[in-house]
Design a protein around this ligand. Structure first.
Ligand code: DHB
Length: 390
């Protein structure tokens, strides 16, 4: 099998790249180990930056997002039992975020790609990449029990943090930077009305809580937990009691309802540098992971793809390689900005297991600074809604 750009992974990065390349008249094949049903049903993040929304809208895959997504013009930072609004509208010149689940983005992109006649090989498990220093790199994969090869001009590894593509860069040609946090997020979906019309990032002595939403009927919430804990040890009653305790203050209570989904998310930061080796390019989680506190993961994947699609298009238009050569450097600037922001939000809002009373007082002082300083709020708001794609 042969194509121009071989893409490993049908997540937001891989699908968006295939979509943008198609709009530039460039052919791609997407290889995905899971089934369409499974990736369309996996619960993940839910916050889209303004520029992610703009890119989807401008490229014709934003109709449902516009109809069904929820535009939020601010968030609440809550601590010591009181909420403080960060007003994105006022602090960023009118930018906003949209709450729209990642698997809905995936559904929209798959529908658009298949509607345009694209080849997405579901149930095809990539096993490795080869010849990436040559002009004919290959992806090896197994489909229906048989070994197959995809020969291409470029390979893009958008196969997530546990994918095979990163191993296509020899040990000696990359450096990894990592931090594992002794924290996890316990995520729930509950059949309940919204408790708040904006997201609440809540810091409490017992640990962090995030109140998010999916629809008027379904709410998404997270609370900080031990990453080694199991979901079974948390009954509905125990979850609601813990959430209510952490969020309490000023008479505020969360609206409770049946919890129908539970998962635990580990928290880590990771960057692989560079994000390129020969004709192999890494994008999204294959190259970097952020802790979820700043809602940056999905948006960073889309930002990588924006840079990469432009570089690949320039190559096919004029054989120019300068944008391809600059891909890693360009993408990593935003990656490290997001790493810092995600680390900042995580450390400001969570209870670390080794923290003492001094650390909590220092954290409260930081939160007080944030809510009393317009420049600190501007910094948070600009990073949260996302910097322009450039
Ligand atoms: C959601 C996830 C995040 O990581 C975040 O920071 C905000 C919202 C969500 O799933 O809704």
């Amino acid at each position: 099998m042969r194509t121009q750009v071989g893409i490993v992974g049908a997540g937001p990065a891989g699908l968006m790249l295939s979509h943008l390349l198609h709009l530039s008249g460039i052919e791609s094949v997407v290889i995905e180990s899971r089934t369409r049903e499974s990736i369309e049903a996996t619960i993940r993040a839910g916050v889209l930056e303004q520029s992610t929304v703009d890119l989807m809208t401008e490229t014709g895959v934003g109709d449902r997002l516009r109809r069904e997504g929820f535009v939020h013009h601010g968030i609440a930072i809550r601590f010591s039992g009181r909420s403080h609004r960060i007003d994105f509208q006022a602090l960023t010149g009118g930018r906003a975020i949209t709450v729209y689940a990642q698997h809905e983005v995936i559904k929209d992109l798959i529908r658009a790609r298949l509607g345009a006649g694209a080849t997405i090989l579901f149930g095809a498990r990539a096993t490795g990449v080869d010849d990436v220093q040559s002009a004919r790199p290959k992806v090896h994969f197994i489909r229906n029990g048989r070994d197959e090869d995809l020969s291409c001009d470029f390979v893009v590894g958008a196969d997530g943090s546990y994918g095979v593509c990163r191993a296509g860069i020899p040990e000696s040609a990359h450096q990894d930077y990592a931090r594992i946090y002794p924290l996890g997020w316990f995520g729930i979906l509950a059949k309940a009305p919204p408790s708040s019309n904006e997201l609440i990032y809540n810091s409490h002595e017992r640990g962090f809580v995030l109140v998010s939403t999916r629809s008027p009927q379904v709410q998404r919430m997270y609370f900080q937990c031990d990453p080694s804990e199991s979901v079974e040890s948390w009954s509905q009653d125990r979850i609601w009691a813990e959430l209510q305790t952490r969020i309490a203050g000023g008479g505020f209570r969360l609206k409770e309802g049946e919890i129908f989904q539970k998962d635990i998310i580990p928290m880590r930061s990771f960057v692989c540098e560079p994000m390129q080796y020969g004709r192999l390019f890494l994008a999204g989680d294959a190259a970097h992971i952020v802790p979820p506190t700043g809602a940056k993961g999905l948006n960073l994947s889309i930002a990588d793809i924006h840079v990469l699609a432009r570089a690949i298009s320039a190559y096919y238009a004029s054989k120019a390689t300068d944008l391809l050569d600059a891909y890693s450097t360009t993408a990593l600037r935003r990656v490290w900005r997001a790493q810092h922001f995600s680390y900042w939000m995580t450390s400001m809002l969570h209870r670390f297991p080794d923290a003492n009373a001094f650390d909590r007082k220092r954290q409260l002082a930081e939160l007080e600074l944030l809510i009393s300083s317009r420049s600190a709020q501007t910094l948070l708001a600009q990073n949260y809604v996302g910097l322009p794609l450039g």
